[in-house]
Design a protein around this ligand. Structure first.
Ligand code: IPM
Ligand code: MG
Length: 356
């Protein structure tokens, strides 16, 4: 089992270190190799995704990823910015299926900005298509407008596009996932305005014929954004495109109390996967030892389940996380009165201890 460890920038190094500690405390043998990515790789090699890092990722069974990005790189040309590292890994490894569970742990019900009764017991799975849509569509660029409202003015454009096979494969992933849960799937689109998402809706409807046991409903993305805060528990599995999934998964994370709790998995058709917390590099708190490592630790659990075929080890980690929450340990992002505030390292060590 070969794991490429890519901590990246900001809090990435601190939180990945705790996840590695947890992995090393299981009685399993891993081959782990670390490489720089994002701004750290730009500083070391002049590129956010150096060939050596990409090669390591391609040869690994799974990638444990921290986070990339820092304001200090915002002035670089786009191809050199840290974000290009994660986009490049998604593209080069074909990681089209992104799983973003939003689970509200019992002890954190009060950390959510919504009323406790709206989020208690919440367990949603957002499945985001990750290698298509306006993120990757060509052409894109800046130019002098040849037409439009202001011909001759400077303009910028991106292209939203999806092909039938791209929608079909993510739809199948979503139907399969729904089958293993409550057999309810919501497909989120903007078919009332966009051709791209009319095709999306048509294809999802066709694929549904192969999954008659799953109840499918379609929802426009604006309504989905509203329903997520109005009545989040109406959702179970949600499938959507790259752009809408980016936005809705951040929204869903807040229902759970903190984005610091949310893991994610990005898989290709060979079950090779990249595992990362859903949050970013948080440069404002980097190096202070206060970041919540639980999203990364839970991402390592997803890695064991999806790419390394060790579901029992994944269960052990997830139970250990529940145990430390029950013990009242909280990093500042999930702290509330009456609980015990701990730092990144103490939280990681508590999970190791709770593995049993
Ligand atoms: C995410 C992030 C990325 C995205 C950025 C860092 C490129 O927001 O994983 O959700 O937009 O996909
Ligand atoms: Mg995002």
């Amino acid at each position: 089992m070969k794991i490429a460890v890519l901590p990246g920038d900001g809090i990435g190094t601190e939180i990945v270190a705790e996840a590695v500690k947890v992995l090393n405390s299981l009685d399993l043998k891993f081959e782990m190799e670390e490489a720089p990515v994002g701004g750290a790789a730009y500083d070391a090699h002049g590129h956010p995704l150096p060939d050596s890092t990409l090669k390591l990722a391609q040869q690994a069974d799974a990638i444990l990823f921290g986070a990339v990005g820092d304001w200090k790189y915002d002035k670089l040309d786009r191809p050199l910015r840290p974000e290009q590292a994660i986009l490049g890994l998604r593209k080069h490894l074909g990681l089209f299926a992104n799983f973003r569970p939003a689970i509200c742990y019992e002890q954190l019900t009060h950390a959510s900005s919504l009323k406790p009764e709206l989020v208690a017991g919440l367990d949603i799975l957002i499945i985001r298509e990750l290698t298509g849509d306006i993120y990757f569509g060509q052409p894109r660029g800046r130019r002098v407008a040849p037409d439009g409202h202001f011909p001759g003015a400077e303009e910028a454009f991106d292209t939203m596009r999806y092909s039938r096979p791209e929608v079909e494969r993510i739809a199948r992933v979503a139907f399969e996932a729904a089958r293993k849960r409550s057999k309810r799937l919501t497909s989120v689109d903007k078919a009332n305005v966009l051709e791209t998402f009319q095709l999306w809706k048509d294809v999802v409807t066709e694929v549904h014929k192969d999954y008659p046991d799953v109840a499918l409903d379609h929802m426009y993305v604006d309504n989905a954004a509203m329903q997520l805060v109005k009545e989040p528990k109406r959702f179970d599995v949600v499938v959507t495109g790259n752009m809408f999934g980016d936005i809705l998964s951040d929204e869903a994370s807040m229902l759970t109390g903190s984005i610091g709790m949310l893991p994610s998995a990005s898989l290709n058709d060979k079950k090779q996967g990249l595992y990362e917390p859903s949050h970013g590099s948080a440069p404002d708190i980097a190096g202070k030892g206060v970041a919540n490592p639980l999203a990364t630790i839970l991402s390592a659990a997803m890695m064991l389940r999806f790419s390394l075929n060790k579901p029992e080890a994944a269960d052990r980690i997830e139970s250990a996380v529940k145990k430390v929450l029950a013990q009242g340990l909280r990093t500042p992002d999930i702290y509330s009165e009456g609980t015990t505030k701990v730092g990144t390292r103490e939280m990681g060590e508590a999970v190791v201890k709770a593995l049993g």
